[in-house]
Design a protein around this ligand. Structure first.
Ligand SMILES: NC(=O)c1ccc[n+]([C@@H]2O[C@H](COP(=O)([O-])OP(=O)(O)OC[C@H]3O[C@@H](n4cnc5c(N)ncnc54)[C@H](OP(=O)(O)O)[C@@H]3O)[C@@H](O)[C@H]2O)c1
Length: 305
């Protein structure tokens, strides 16, 4: 019998990577994860092997990737913090791609973001654009998956909107709240990624759900689902950001960045193409009404402590 196909997934102990790994395992494939937290509890037990990122040592990184058919890359940083910057994340990802090539990996499935663009004024979207370009010119076979806003049990943004709505009498929407988002379920992102790995041709596809919400309506939907009585008000983005900084100080996290607000207001978490995900956020919220926002989800604890 042939040995099971090996796939490498970055971040299988974290969010999107975990769903990709689970799907690959259910298809009988072997999975190795690259992670910054190799000592974290492994939710898959010995079914997923682990190696540290080794971004500073391309040869070591290539050794971890040896024999893999596909590299599923979810690695990125949400915002600069301490020694982590977007520039460093770009450098690290380029090293990872070079190591994959050197190791003979057949295909890379790279998780990007909708509206990634080298010309963007926002560093997150610009960095993602630069990486897309690096992958396209890497000589590797590739699929680039560009999610909008990913919802699921481990999500941060929607969870923390619910947390704020549960805890405070007032919720401040930055600006008019007329800008739109098109949330996509994490299982749908994983499905698209795994399916794209099986294809031969190079593809770039948005991962976008079937529902589009004005941000204001999204907040009201979450509030209604969890029976929050918080008053929803609108504040100038700068003032709303100031409020999130005060809350960030309380929870020792970066709740939202100026660039994230600007990205939302510029409708960057919205796809111009047809929906590629099936699950409805409204259904998911109903099914998870008891637990969404019950606890604050901290990006800083997850990745920086
Ligand atoms: N979540 C969303 O709503 C959303 C929307 C659009 C696009 N995306 C993109 O989808 C991909 C996966 O996102 P996700 O939310 O599922 O991410 P995640 O699982 O929290 O993290 C993905 C990977 O990046 C690593 N990582 C994250 N922050 C890091 C930091 N500051 N320093 C070092 N490593 C860090 C994680 O390391 P560990 O393995 O050590 O945990 C993990 O391997 C990312 O490329 C993201 O840009 C996400």
């Amino acid at each position: 019998m042939d040995a099971p196909e090996l796939n490498v997934v970055t971040g299988a102990f974290s969010y999107t990577g975990k769903y990709i790994a689970r799907r690959l395992l259910s298809m009988g494939m072997e999975v190795l994860t690259l992670t910054g937290h190799p000592n974290r509890p492994n939710p898959f037990g010995d079914r997923v092997s682990v190696a540290p990122f080794h971004f500073d040592d391309r040869t070591e990184l290539a050794k971890s990737l040896k024999g893999a058919k596909t590299l599923f890359n979810t690695y990125w940083v949400r915002f600069p913090y301490g020694e982590d910057s977007f520039e460093k994340a770009i450098r690290n990802t380029k090293t990872l791609i070079e190591a994959a090539k050197a190791a003979g990996v057949r295909r890379v499935v790279h998780i990007s973001v909708t509206n990634a663009s080298e010309g963007s004024s926002l560093s997150y979207f610009r960095g993602k654009g630069r990486l897309e370009n690096a992958i396209v010119h890497s000589g590797l076979s590739y699929a680039i998956i560009r999610p909008t806003l990913v919802f699921g049990a481990e999500d941060i943004l929607i969870n923390n909107i619910a947390w704020l709505l549960r805890r405070f009498p007032v919720f401040a929407v930055p600006g008019t709240g007329d800008y739109r988002v098109q949330p996509v379920f994490v299982e749908d992102v994983a499905e698209l990624a795994v399916r794209a790995a099986q294809q031969e041709e190079d593809v770039i596809v948005d991962a976008a759900g079937p529902e589009t919400y004005r941000f204001d309506d999204l907040v009201r939907l979450i509030a209604g689902t969890i029976h929050s009585r918080a008053r929803i008000i609108h504040l100038r983005p700068g003032l709303a950001l100031l409020l999130t900084r005060v809350i960030g100080y309380m929870v020792r996290d970066v709740v939202l960045t100026r660039e994230e607000i600007d990205g939302l207001v510029a409708n960057l978490l919205l796809s111009e193409g047809p929906a590629t995900g099936q699950a409805l956020l409204s259904d998911w919220l109903r099914q998870n009404a008891g637990r969404v926002g019950a606890r604050y989800a901290s990006e800083v604890s997850r990745h920086f402590r």
